[in-house]
Design a protein around this ligand. Structure first.
Ligand SMILES: Cc1cc2nc3c(=O)[nH]c(=O)nc-3n(C[C@H](O)[C@H](O)[C@H](O)COP(=O)(O)O)c2cc1C
Length: 429
């Protein structure tokens, strides 16, 4: 068994990560080198209605045009939000731990009328494509391309951007973030009416955290074998994608009190699970939802909640939901938990299930974020919960699952709220 699978847990690995032992964090958005392809301005996300989104996509005759490449790249990893007064100024449509942005996006040209076959790295500051040297694993990447496919996308991850802060815990964050970005890429393709079939890539990684950039997933322009059932949100998808955010401020915040209706929570769950179906195991700590007593719930693929346990002392679960200081869970209407079968991770001696479990959790969390945005709420993905407590609360001690990832949902304060001056008084206890 590798260390990666043995120590997957939050409390052990995050608390004992050898922080600061590594070289200073590598900067994101590194300067352009050599020739680059200047992309046209991205087209705005179209406001397509939900039935159109679920209609079969038009098969592109060949590779994407430069404008399509620009639009998809920008709405996957472009810099879409600038918050100059906040601790983290640059934001994208997918979240990133402390905005370290380890994930890189490449356009993969196989048969393009203007671009020689190869990898082109998207530079979000310059909004350009930069030809990248073919990596050693180029042949194994090509092997995942469906027959007749002209082009696609590759996501890779740069460990040096997160390792300084997170030590050996970095691989979990890299794979979770890659899950978010892969899902965001698919959502951007959906919105532009383009096909996308993803195929997770598994680098032959060695423990410990690797030095070199690693490929994490490919999305080809080809029909998806697993398009999910119809699920929608109360506002157009394009608007939700642009509004998704993790809540302002440093790594911790004090949300405003918010309440939801049970039907709204069910709709969010249904939307999130419509891509993964039974594969995604979704649970929640419900705090302030009309029609659902405070407690621990499981959600099925149709979004129906089942009460597993009422909350005796909410203070206990609030503390367990964010064990690092700084985030006040009490005003949040709910906290989602994404669980996976970790008995599989234990049984395997390979990276593949470990990487895929995190990718699945990240993708589900991306959709939970988009769903929260449709209701004007933030969704903060985090690995700051006490997973032993939640494994007990959700009954996972009997099932072999564990809570891999959480998404805290709440109402944001105004930008610039003085978060570090002290604890504000709320009416909630
Ligand atoms: C994999 C992952 C892990 C994260 N872990 C935490 C965490 O433990 N605590 C926290 O407060 N925020 C966490 N975040 C949230 C990020 O700090 C947040 O997404 C980032 O500041 C970007 O904000 P935005 O999504 O509004 O652009 C995490 C995000 C990701 C993608």
């Amino acid at each position: 068994m590798t260390a990666a699978t043995q120590f997957y847990t939050t409390t052990y690995q995050k608390r004992t990560a050898p922080r600061g032992l590594f070289t200073p964090a590598a900067a994101p958005f590194t300067a352009a080198q050599g020739a680059e392809v200047i992309l046209p301005a991205p087209a705005p996300l179209p406001e397509r209605d939900w039935s159109q989104l679920h209609a079969p996509k038009v098969r592109p005759a060949g590779a994407l045009t430069l404008e399509q490449i620009a639009s998809v790249a920008f709405h996957t990893l472009g810099l879409t939000r600038y918050e100059p007064t906040e601790h983290y100024a640059f934001h994208r449509l997918a979240p990133s731990p402390r905005c370290r942005y380890p994930t890189e996006l490449h356009y993969v040209a196989l048969r393009h009328p203007h671009l020689p076959a190869g990898l082109y790295r998207y530079h979000p500051v310059r909004h350009t494509l930069q030809p990248a040297a073919s990596p050693a694993w180029w042949a194994s990447l090509l092997a995942t391309a469906p027959v007749g496919c002209a082009d696609g996308w590759l996501l890779s991850s740069v460990p040096g951007r997160v390792r300084n802060t997170y030590g050996d815990f970095s691989t979990r964050l890299m794979f979770l973030e890659a899950g978010h970005v892969t899902e965001q890429l698919r959502l951007a393709l959906d919105t532009f009416g383009l096909e996308g079939a993803d195929s997770p890539l598994t680098a032959d990684l060695q423990w410990e955290v690797p030095d070199t950039e690693v490929p994490v997933s490919a999305v080809w322009h080809a029909p998806s074998p697993h398009a999910g059932p119809v699920a929608d949100l109360p506002v157009p998808l394009g608007r939700s994608l642009l509004q998704r955010h993790s809540g302002h401020g440093f790594n911790g915040m004090f949300p405003r009190p918010a309440r939801l209706l049970a039907s709204e929570v069910e709709r969010m769950a249904r939307y999130a699970l419509s891509r993964t179906g039974d594969q995604g195991s979704l649970h929640a700590l419900i705090r302030h939802v009309d029609g659902l007593p405070a407690g621990a719930y499981a959600f099925d693929a149709s979004g129906r909640p089942t009460l597993l346990r009422r909350l005796g002392d909410p203070g206990e679960s609030d503390r367990a939901a964010f064990i690092a200081p700084g985030f006040d869970v009490r005003p949040c209407p709910l906290v989602w938990f994404v669980a996976v079968q970790t008995s599989d991770l234990y049984a395997s001696d390979r990276w593949e299930p470990y990487q895929q479990a995190h990718g699945l959790a990240g993708g589900l969390a991306q959709r939970l974020g988009v769903a929260a945005a449709a209701y004007g709420l933030f969704a903060r993905p985090a690995v700051s919960h006490d997973e032993q407590y939640f494994d007990w609360l959700f009954g996972f001690t009997r099932t072999g699952q564990t809570t891999l990832y959480e998404v805290l949902v709440g109402r944001d304060r105004d930008q610039g709220f003085p978060q570090r001056l002290g604890r504000p008084v709320t009416t909630l206890v």
